[in-house]
Design a protein around this ligand. Structure first.
Ligand code: ASP
Length: 354
């Protein structure tokens, strides 16, 4: 009988939490997880009709590989800081995602990376913007947090700091991928046909704003109750003038606080900065007592959408509840709870247990 009640509770709470209309998902959970991890690989107009089975399988397999790295760290009693960093490293090393190896191109045909990480225990944080030679930008964000008196470094100075820290450096050509290069050329050709583009950046064009897919992020809770969030990206295709998005902005792209939750964002960065999306979710929990799901829904579906922004977040709270909330057609995502249950999703109304 007890078992039946428990099962009914889980099923009911799962149904109550799932709301495909708003692209909201909450993984069914027992009251408290010992540890938990959730990742994203970018959000946007990801439609099944535009995806080949091979491509879909490749994304799912890389998401699984990445999340299992973090899961094993957490399971063995490692810190959420380590789990987030190492999980993001796997996605940074894959050309599939717009981070590290697969970063998109700037207008000047270079690759400029942004990343950030935040420790929910100390509220310490590290961020880097516009780097060009650090192989794994999330490692740099972590080094800035751990080994510098600063929170954010940018450009050449950040690359120099990375080198001094002994991080792996690469020639900028390491980040060249044909797919991303072609995407830039397509946008540039389109730009040429625009009559008035003196001050306009073509990534604001509706038809191409989704060319930025693939920012990566991770939020995790470890066995000591510590929360960490991290995000890494190449930004938006055709960005120029040293444009920096939300990913390295603490409070917009990344936020973590042991008292509330850890959040990593992905989407149209300008709106996430203006909406202070990641911090706002934490603040609604801290000051208004909202649940993670309620807070995420409020910020993404109402505030962000009303501003005109598109994208989503992944988040985990201090009890290990995980939420993937997005207002786009899809978001590459995966979760693992402390029982090792893996759930992977790509499209709006889809999740799969491999
Ligand atoms: N938020 C990133 C940026 O605006 C891009 C993305 O997440 O797709 O730089």
């Amino acid at each position: 009988m007890k078992k039946l009640i428990l099962l009914t509770t889980i099923v009911l709470s799962f149904n109550a939490c799932k709301n495909s209309e708003n692209n909201t998902e909450e993984v069914p959970q027992l009251p408290k997880q010992e540890f938990a991890i959730i990742i994203h690989g970018g959000a946007g107009t990801i439609l099944k009709k535009n995806m080949t089975p091979e491509k879909e399988a490749a994304y799912k397999s890389k998401l699984e590989e990445a999340i299992r790295v973090g899961y094993n760290i957490l399971k063995n009693g490692g810190t959420s800081l380590e789990a987030v960093t190492k999980t993001i490293n796997v996605m940074e090393d894959s050309p599939l995602f717009n981070a590290g190896k697969g970063a998109v191109f700037t207008h000047e045909e270079t690759n400029e990376h942004d990343a950030s990480i935040m420790d929910g225990k100390t509220l310490n944080a590290g961020a880097s913007a516009g780097t060009t030679t650090v192989k794994n930008p999330i490692d740099l964000a972590r080094a800035i947090m751990d080994n510098s008196p600063h929170v954010m470094l940018s450009g050449k100075g950040a690359d120099t700091f990375a080198k001094e820290q002994g991080l792996q450096m690469v020639d900028p050509s390491y980040f060249h991928t044909d797919t991303r290069f072609k995407a830039l050329q397509k946008i540039k050709n389109q730009e040429k046909t625009e009559l008035d583009h003196d001050t306009k950046v073509s990534f604001y064009d509706d038809t191409i704003q989704d060319s930025k897919f693939g920012t990566v992020g991770c939020a995790a809770l470890d066995k000591d109750g510590n929360l960490t969030a991290g995000t890494s990206t190449g930004g938006m295709t055709n960005k120029r003038w040293g444009r920096i998005g939300d990913s390295p902005i603490i409070g917009a792209g990344t936020y973590a606080n042991n008292a509330t939750c850890a959040v990593s964002s992905t989407g149209w960065g300008e709106y996430f900065i203006r909406g202070m999306v990641a911090y706002d979710i934490s603040a609604l929990m801290e000051y208004k007592g909202l649940s993670l799901k309620e807070a995420s829904k409020e910020v993404v579906q109402n505030k962000l959408s009303n501003l005109g922004g598109t994208g989503g977040i992944v988040a985990v709270d201090k009890n290990g509840n995980m939420v993937a909330e997005f207002n786009t057609a899809g978001m590459y995502r995966a979760t693992m709870d402390d029982k090792g249950n893996l759930v992977i999703g790509i499209y709006e109304d889809e999740e799969e247990k491999p």
